[in-house]
Design a protein around this ligand. Structure first.
Ligand code: PLP
Length: 251
């Protein structure tokens, strides 16, 4: 099957789930996670109408961002196909020595879990670019060796990040461990939704967060039932990866 056909199936899953959850189809954005796949795969997805892409590994992501920029700028490379505008999300761990690359190349970063990293990203965001759009990554199920801040620390960090000049706080992101069944998956995603609502209700942010980034290939239905507004899907669009970061539960 082509990437176009896979994208259609994923959109069908999202829409069917929105309907069964009593939510507006269109209230859930699709982020295509293109990590480990080359620029050709991104081009194929972009020509199929996909505009938002997620990358885990920063150097690999920047290479692809630059390749796609060359492709968009060159009608000969594109063979006169349309050049849709793309939006790039950093969804992998950000070390201090990589903040500049993220600040200079990505539109969003969904994996901020420390103030120090947020401050560096804000300082290094080039003045000619719009503010970096940010989600805080929360370790919602308390997995031992996982990145993400403790849920109890999220409100304080949200308030501080919202004050940084070159950042726009958009929401929360979480990557729960695969759950044993649908009910358990809904329950853990619901914890993230509850935290999201609590932070918005606390009255410490200049504007409410609008993005709850939850759900991947294996658990997007549960995430949408819980209130996700953005699902991050790799395998169901691009196929299996050589090196898997987060194994999806068997379908
Ligand atoms: C790899 C990855 C995804 C996509 O996972 P799939 O199971 O392939 O859909 C989503 N979010 C993050 C943070 C990832 O690292």
């Amino acid at each position: 099957m082509t990437i176009l056909a896979h994208l259609r199936l994923v959109h069908d899953r999202i829409e069917a789930t929105c309907l069964s959850a009593g939510r507006q189809p269109g209230s859930v954005r699709l982020l295509a996670v293109s990590k480990t796949f080359g620029p050709e795969a991104v081009i194929e997805a972009a020509l199929a109408g996909q505009s938002a892409f997620g990358e885990n590994y920063i150097a690999e992501g920047v290479e692809k961002i630059l390749a796609l920029r060359r492709w968009r700028a060159d009608p000969a490379l594109r063979a006169d196909k349309p050049a849709p505008a793309l939006q790039w999300h950093c969804i992998g761990p950000v070390q201090s020595n990589k903040t500049r690359l993220v600040a200079e190349h990505f539109d969003w970063v969904q994996s901020v879990d420390r103030l120090k990293i947020a401050q560096r990203l804000s300082e290094q965001r080039p003045p000619e670019l719009p503010p970096l759009q940010v989600c805080l990554q929360v370790n919602i199920d308390g997995g031992a060796n996982k990145s993400g801040l403790a849920p109890g620390d999220a409100l304080a960090l949200a308030a501080e990040v919202a004050r940084l000049p070159r950042m726009a706080l958009r929401g929360l992101m979480a990557i729960p461990e695969p759950a044993i069944d649908f009910v358990a998956a809904c329950a853990v995603h619901a914890c993230a939704k509850e935290l999201f609502d609590q932070i918005n209700a606390a009255g410490v942010l200049p504007a409410p967060m609008d993005t709850l980034s939850l759900g991947m290939t294996g658990d997007l239905e549960a995430a949408i039932h819980a209130g996700s507004t953005m699902v991050r899907v790799g395998t169901a669009i691009f196929g299996g990866r050589q090196v898997r970061q987060a194994a999806a539960p068997a379908a």
